[in-house]
Design a protein around this ligand. Structure first.
Ligand code: ZN
Length: 413
């Protein structure tokens, strides 16, 4: 356990915040600091073919130690942290034998991690928690995943009596800004399938995510002196408002859960002359997803028709762009990859929590690039903020799951 703690802390104390406003890969130069350190470490523990490319994508191999043919499997994590909250000067705190009470993260600023608000804490009573000092995020997303993969590989190298096939590992930059998979060389990785170790609570196993699209609605207006505006002015902001109120009111993130999809207005800018409404569309079901996109077009057409006489011609344009798709479609034909992960958890007395992701992962992009890639828990909670924490026992269990998946995959048929 101390080994896992030390390794995890050596990663989270390196600042690797990514930046959506940068066009380079990695998006921030500081991500190289941890990337280079990881390369050295992977070589030191004895992995083969340790490579890092010009975009800081790291790959390495643990060779098979069995004579029969075994599928090549992979494990993937990202080493950047979200730009939503600062990841500089992280000072992790270690709470041993957690008593189930409030954890004072920062006495000066009165920042408390309380099970009264974060009920999940209570399931870790008696365990060792790693928290922040209340001023930064922790970076368990996803340095817990990296810790688990490296530790599992090291364990397999030290325990050659555990039989496994060829294993590939991949660490990526820029997942948090949606680009973790963009420059991932799936052919070079060469695995039959892989798992991202990037979920939250112990037991999580995810292979369904949203279908996602973004829409940009542009409304053209006409500015005229308000004193002489009758029949002449088009106030694009008021039409933008009509557009938004034509969307189904209950189908928004704050009123939906599970498999319920939504429309989510993410931004409005407006003047009389022009208004722009940005929104995202999400649904697990591909038919409902298509229907949602159609509704955007329907509302646009309807409002254009309504104002056509008055203003002549279309004043609203809707650009809808697909962003990513549900990986379920790519995972279902190879469902044994879920069965193996589920079996591995059951063998280790972990209750599998299989549920749809209300978002996307690197794995869903990788799945559409030809590498089926479900997501497994990495153990952390409250990602992207100062209340982020991870139980060390969960990281240990995730490490065991990796080892067990390697073992199960190599069992002779
Ligand atoms: Zn993550």
């Amino acid at each position: 356990m101390q080994h896992i703690i030390d390794r995890f802390i050596s990663y989270v104390t390196v600042d690797t915040e990514s930046d959506p406003n940068s066009d380079t890969t990695p998006s921030t130069a500081k991500q190289w600091d941890l990337a280079n350190k990881l390369v050295d470490e992977l070589k030191a523990i004895g992995l083969d073919d340790v490579t890092i490319d010009e975009n800081a994508y790291i790959m390495a191999t643990l060779p098979s130690n069995v004579a029969h043919d075994v599928p090549v499997i992979g494990f993937v994590s990202h080493f950047d942290t979200t730009p939503d909250f600062t990841g500089a000067n992280i000072k992790p705190q270690i709470i041993e034998n957690y008593d189930g009470g409030d954890i004072i993260l920062n006495a000066d600023q009165n920042i408390v991690l309380s099970p009264g608000y974060f009920k999940d804490l209570l399931q870790y009573k008696g365990q060792t928690l790693i928290t922040t000092d209340g001023t930064t995020l922790l970076g368990a997303d996803d340095k817990a995943g990296i810790t688990e993969i490296v530790t599992a590989m090291e364990y397999l190298i030290k325990h050659p009596e555990i039989k496994h096939g060829k294993i590939r590992i991949g660490f990526t930059p820029d997942e948090e800004i949606g680009r973790g998979a963009h420059k991932f060389d799936v052919a070079k990785f060469g695995a039959d399938w892989a798992y991202t170790m990037d979920g939250s609570q112990i037991g999580e196993l995810e292979y369904e995510n949203f279908n996602a699209a973004g829409a940009k609605i542009t409304i053209k207006g006409k500015s005229v002196h308000p004193g002489y505006a009758k029949g002449k002015m088009i106030n694009s902001m008021l039409i933008a408002n009509k557009f938004i109120s034509s969307l189904p009111k209950e189908e928004v993130p704050e009123h939906t859960s599970g498999y319920e999809g939504f429309f989510h207005v993410t931004g409005i800018t407006g003047s009389i002359e022009e208004s722009v409404v940005q929104l995202i569309i999400r649904d697990h079901d591909s038919k409902k997803f298509a229907k949602r996109k159609k509704l955007i077009k329907k509302i646009t057409d309807k409002l254009n028709r309504k104002f056509e006489k008055q203003f002549g011609g279309d004043i609203i344009t809707a650009e809808v762009k697909d962003q990513y798709y549900n990986m379920k479609e790519k995972v279902e034909p190879v469902f044994h990859i879920i069965d193996i992960a589920e079996q591995a958890m059951k063998d280790l007395d972990i209750k599998p929590l299989i549920k749809p992701i209300r978002g996307g992962t690197d794995g869903c992009q990788l799945s559409y690039m030809g590498l089926p890639c479900p997501n497994i828990f990495a153990g952390g909670h409250n990602f992207h903020g100062k209340y982020e924490y991870v139980p060390v026992e969960s990281m240990k269990k995730a490490t065991d799951v990796i080892v067990r998946i390697a073992e199960l995959t190599a069992l002779p048929k």
